[in-house]
Design a protein around this ligand. Structure first.
Ligand code: NAP
Length: 262
């Protein structure tokens, strides 16, 4: 056991034995579902604070960054957390790396709950790209009226593109943005009929999306298929090595019961 983990264990052992304390790193529907599904213990969900009116889970919520892996480790010690579930969005790779490092330092159980990515079916015309920058570079070949759904933080990559963009985000985006655009503020769940109507109304000829996975925002893919449109699909960043990962809330609850006694 590392010196730091040993000291942390001693602090916990000196506390009166009580309920297990679980941190859920959130910002996703799965994190909210998990907070409601954990059968026992004290649950704290952490949100980054990016969205002005986030959907809140049940239980205790804290908002804002921790200050990197060291800040997270200090917070885990201070709050006497016994286990961590990284239920952040699959593209939120920095907080996932922080969680891995902090829990490794303290020798705390860590589970990743990440929904699977989408897979193309018959009739889909997807081009996979490794990054948002690669999507921006590939775009001019595919279309010039773009439905762009990669999120507020990724829009600068498209600023130099001469196409017309329908940019959909939860909160208003900040510049730099593509010079020709319209913004639609919305968040899922979406319907195939709604997505098809939106694409028709704006004469969209290409969809750009991240491979977020999950049902809440998948309707745009069915709509693109129906309309015969190409999709530029940005692949997920690689997850941190060696973290056990499950795809569903039920599996996460089972893992917590078996590995953290929650
Ligand atoms: P990121 O690049 O991995 O994180 C950047 C920094 O934000 C982290 O280093 C951390 O700051 C802070 N942070 C992120 N998630 C946090 C959390 N749950 N609790 C406390 N601090 C957090 O993440 P991101 O892509 O900016 O996403 C931010 C949040 O939005 C995530 O929680 C994610 O679940 C949610 N989200 C992201 C996307 C997406 O496409 N990226 C989509 C939907 C929802 P410190 O280093 O100071 O601790």
């Amino acid at each position: 056991m590392s010196e730091r983990a040993g000291a942390f264990s001693a602090v916990r052992a000196s506390e009166p034995s009580g309920t297990l304390r679980l941190l859920i790193l959130g910002g996703t529907g799965e994190a909210r579902e998990l907070a409601a599904a954990v059968p026992a213990g004290h649950v704290v969900t952490s949100l980054a604070g990016r969205v002005s009116a986030p959907r809140l889970p049940v239980g205790e919520v804290r908002i804002g960054g921790f200050g990197g892996p060291e800040g997270l480790a200090a917070w885990l010690v201070c709050e006497r957390i016994d286990a961590v579930v990284d239920a952040t969005h699959p593209f939120a790779h920095r907080i996932s790396a922080s969680a891995r490092q902090a829990t490794a330092d303290l020798e705390l159980p860590l589970l990743a709950l990440h929904r699977p990515g989408w897979t193309p079916g018959p009739g889909d015309d997807w081009r996979r790209v490794p990054s948002v920058d690669a999507a921006a570079a590939a775009l001019p070949e595919l279309g010039d009226r773009v439905l762009l759904t990669t999120g507020r933080q990724s829009l600068a990559a498209f600023a130099g593109n001469s196409g017309w963009f329908l940019i959909r985000t939860v909160d208003p985006p900040s510049p730099p943005l593509p010079s020709r655009h319209e913004i639609v503020l919305d968040r899922g769940p979406y319907t195939v009929d709604g997505e098809t109507a939106l694409m028709r109304e704006h004469r969209i000829n290409v969809l750009v999306t991240k491979d977020s996975g999950g049902p809440l925002t998948a309707a745009k893919l069915a709509a693109a298929r129906e309309l015969g449109l190409p999709v530029l699909m940005v692949d997920r960043p690689a997850p941190p090595d060696g973290v056990p990962t499950v795809a569903t809330v039920g599996e996460a609850v089972d893992w917590l019961r078996d590995n953290a006694g929650v």
